[in-house]
Design a protein around this ligand. Structure first.
Ligand code: 5GP
Length: 224
């Protein structure tokens, strides 16, 4: 991939050829990003989740291949060495990375890709794909709300939750690197906002590489 363009284009829903986009959601754990991602995938056509590889253990309720590709450290190193990852980072002492092939295949077939990755991964994607990346940072309405969500999720031990709270402040410090900021007071409202961002970004003139041809066609029809 080169800065400013990944070179893959597909037909948009209105028949105008469009560049696929990489839609990134980041937030401290517990700000509701996973719920928002699922809602987007359910309700937006032409959007596919990038399933990351991770060395962290599987949590209760997670499904292999849906939530993550769970790999050991050696397998992860191998993926890095063979350049199979578009980006990767260490988060909470575990490795996380985005497998390159499914992203390239999705974009090549005209689909957009949704990423749930941290600020380190977002920076790397931005370096590689430039304006094809649209990034959204989700903020919790308060620290108490974040802690409550981490406890309600009941997937992690108290020590792990404490660690996530400690990390949250550091993660928040990267908010200004993102294109859009959504405060998750209410999940339905936050979803409506994230959905509007995606819809508007899909309509951006610069992504719609088929517009010249489309408008020329319209003009020909009008001149008949
Ligand atoms: P969790 O362990 O709660 O599923 O994820 C921890 C953090 O790692 C989250 O902030 C999540 O966005 C991030 N993360 C998940 N997958 C990736 C990835 O492939 N790359 C990067 N850079 N971060 C990831």
């Amino acid at each position: 991939m080169t800065a400013g363009g990944h070179g893959f284009e597909g037909k948009g829903f209105d028949g105008v050829e469009r560049r696929g986009l990489m839609f990134v959601l980041s937030s401290p754990s517990g700000a509701g990003k996973t719920t928002l991602s699922r809602m987007l995938l359910d309700r937006m056509h032409g959007l596919q989740m990038s399933v990351s590889a991770t060395t962290r253990p599987m949590r209760p309720g997670e499904v292999k291949g849906r939530d993550y590709l769970f790999v050991d450290k050696a397998e992860f190193e191998q993926m890095v060495k063979q350049n199979e990852l578009l980006e990767w980072a260490t988060v909470f002492d575990n490795r996380y990375g985005t497998p390159r092939a499914p992203v390239e295949a999705a974009l090549a077939s005209g689909r957009d890709v949704l990423f749930d990755i941290d600020w380190q991964g977002t920076q790397q994607l931005r370096e590689k794909a430039g304006a094809d990346v649209v990034s959204v940072f989700i903020l919790p309405p308060s620290a108490a709300d974040l802690e409550k969500r981490l406890h309600t999720r009941a997937q992690d031990s108290d020590t792990v939750i404490r660690g996530r709270m400690d990390r949250a402040s550091h993660e928040l410090s990267h908010w200004a690197e993102y294109d859009y900021i959504v405060v998750n007071h209410d999940v339905d409202e936050a979803f409506a906002e994230v959905q509007s961002i995606l819809k508007a970004e899909r309509l951006k003139r610069a992504r719609r590489v088929g517009l010249t041809e489309f408008v020329r066609g319209l003009q020909q029809q009008l001149e008949k």
